[in-house]
Design a protein. Sequence first.
Length: 148
Amino acid sequence: MFFLNMLSISSIVRLMKFILVGGAGILINFGLLFAFTEFFGWYYMLSAVAAGLLNTTYNFFANHFWSFSDRNDINVVSGYAKFTTVMIIYFIAYQMMLYVFTEFIFKGWSLYFVKDYMISAIVATVLSTIPKYLLCLVWVWKKEEGAI
């Protein structure tokens, strides 16, 4: 039944909002990743952590007040704590993929200003979006029993 509900118009609209928020978040995250690495000379793994931490707060509030605005019964503090937990899980998986892709799969690849670590970041982000959305849907912004 859960997956059938995922096919409703409102669920598809919610997913599109989540993806749009995430898309803006990707721009923020990648911009910071690039700036910290290229302009400040930080190691790309440290840059990824810093960019991700700064991006987490934006993502939570944008999703809370837009993507999941119909679930206004969610406590902001506990929701933020749950979202941060989801993001920690996401970051661990993301960092592992980023490292493996950069060091073993895309090492030395470059296309203009898009370097190997940026290509890896794109692939890792794409692979982790749906699992992150599902965790947010069923745990962070869980619909109360009997709610529509």
